[in-house]
Each structure stands twice: as structure tokens, then as C-alpha cells.
Design a protein. Sequence first.
Length: 420
Amino acid sequence: MADKIAMNPDGTLHVPDNPTIPFIIGDGIGPDIWRAAVRVFDRAVEKYYGAARKITWKEVLAGEKAFQETGNWLPPETLEAFRAYLVGIKGPLTTPIGGGIRSLNVALRKELDLYVCLRPTTWYPGTPSPVKHPEDVDMVIFRENTEDIYAGIEFAAGSIQADKIQAFMAGELNVNYGFSDTTGVGIKLVSEEGSKRLVRAAIQYAITHKRPSVAIVHKGNIMKFTEGAFKQWGFEVAEEEFANTTYTWGQWERTKQAKGQEAANEEQREAEQAGKIIVKDIIADNFLQQILLAPKDYAVVATLNLNGDYISDALAAMVGGIGIAPGANINYRTGHAIFEATHGTAPRFADTDSMNPSSVILSGVMMLEYLGWQEAADGIRQALAETIKQRTVTVDFFNLMEHATLLRTSQFADAIIEKF
């Protein structure tokens, strides 16, 4: 009998052997890649757990299919299902044009307060890459998902709201920017609570997965009271809540000022030898250089919403593109999580059975790990890696590989399943 996933009093998940998991099939290529992915999930669970475990899939509507069937891009019943069943998965969704919901993905994140956008980035041998050593890339991005410019508080040039904000800033705050009726206005929101819960989750992940460092990526040199505060609040979380397991560059700076640089360096060396996680910070534009020059120096990354968007896609490109990049949106306090393909809908290729399903398959791997079903997750990941290594791939990789065999979306799923 199917059952609901629930949150235990101690903050862990209670996962029944037959959980119901809602899914959104997605728009464009969504149905093609979902049909391939769900077969992989079901066969993996059957292979590694036999009759002891099984997922009951519950389709819920969003995007074009929802609009066609209900007249609503995001029906209330869909949100209620994700609230009730805690964990879900989705394909890519169309963003409605002409007003209303700016982004269905953003709406889901806001409604469920999914404050972490989790994007692991690793390279699978054989995957085409534009860099010489993609094997050096092994990072997990924690992107803050609810604040920053992406909160969506912005007003068009010439609007009453934009004019009022400009008048208030000039008159009450003495901000002499040279406003005009051709100036649009956006507001950047960064809170202490939002920053700390994001960095807290990143540090806890590093502890659990034995990662050596957490890098706080920011533009605090320019935006001192938003991005700069994000960095400072992140250091505070590390020093106040994880004092026994972390060492921060903030501590290094204070020791340097009090005792000199050599003493600070020795203090950090001792912390590293003791197995402490180094919590460091780096300016965002420098970080985008360093992931090309020295990617081995970074393991877990905590950053704000806009920076996280750029960084996630840049790293994905280094290991093969967003077609193979998984993602999740998680609230670690409530347990709510939606795992998702990170690419777009590619409507030109809808119903062609030709596109790469790896993003949604690997997002399902993340989901199985979140449920604690590690054997099935590892089995899928290893089988997918072997399939790519054998150069049996879909058209996106086929066009970039020599001596490759072209597979359709459904055949790629078959190739994975054969390797369990």
C-alpha cells in the first residue's frame, strides 16, 4: 500500500517502503525524457530491493498540460500534492508569456519555501567537455533560492511604482542617482535568516559527505550590505554553530591582525590536520576564473541566487552541459524537496525521442539519495557513467564524440537498464 513520506521529530525523513511521489511530466521534451527516466527508476528499485520497495508515481499538473486541461498554469491541487507528499520530481516547464506567473519554477520554490537550490557538478568519463581536465571538477553548489534580485521585486521604467521609489530615494534617502522616467527599479533582498540557513545547509552537507571546504562566493566588495553581509553571516554560522568542525577565513584574519600572518597560517594548518572543514570566501568574478584554473580547490559552494544561477550553468558546461546537470530545490527544515531537470523545454524536439534524459535521470538519483535508497542511486549513476563511457549516447553527445553510437532517448534508458 502506498504511503506518504513524512518528517520525523528529529528532522530526519520517514520514508515508507512504498512511497507516493508526485511528478510533473514537463513541457516540450518533458514527456520523452520522463518516460525514459521513470523506467530507469522503477527497474533500479526492483533490481536492488526486489518486492520490498516500490515507488507509486502520482502525476500532478503544471505548465502547458495544466493550462490546456484546467485553464491554470499551476493548479492549487499541484501545490497541495507537493505539500502533502513532501518529495516530488519534475520535468522542464514553460514560462507563461504575457503576465501572470513570471516563472512556474520560481512559483513552486516560493510556495514551498525551497530555499536551497542544490546543484552537484561532476564529470563522467567520456563526456564531451570544453576544458582540458573536467575530471578535476567535483563541486556541489548551494544556491540561495528565495531572495536576492530573483525575489522578483522590480518595476518598469515610467511606472507609477518606479517613479514613487525613485522619488522616495531622492527625497528621503538623499540618493542622487540621476533618476528619470527611463529608469527601471529592482530591489535586492538579502536577509540574515535566509543567508544563515543556506550556509548552515552547505556546512552540514560538507560534514555529512566529508568534503574539505565550503566556499562562500559573493560580491561583497561592491554590495557590502547585501552580499558582504551574506559572507559575514556565513562565517558567523560556521563559528557559532560548527565551532568543533570548521575553521573560517574570518578566524584567520583575526589571528593575523593579533599575532601576524605566520601564526594565522599555522592555525589554519592545524585546523586542516585536525580534519576541520575550511570555510573560505571568494569574490564571484574571481571564482569564475578559479573554477577554470584550479577547480580542485573547491568542494562545496554557498552563494546567493543570481551568482548561483551563473555559477551552476558555467560549471555544468565544464562537465558536458546542462543536458547532464541534475538539480534539486529543498527545504531542509520541513523536508519538502522537488528534484528537476535543469534545462529548458526545447519545444522543437518535442515527441522526437531524441534528447538526452540524463538531467532528469540524475535528478532522480539525487531524489533516491535523499530518500536514503543509496543502492539504487549508486546503481543508476554507475550504469549511466558506463553507458557514456562506451560512447552509446544521444545526439547532443554523439555530435561531439568520435566513433560514437547514436541512441534515441528511449534506447539510452534501455542501455542504462541493461547494466544494472
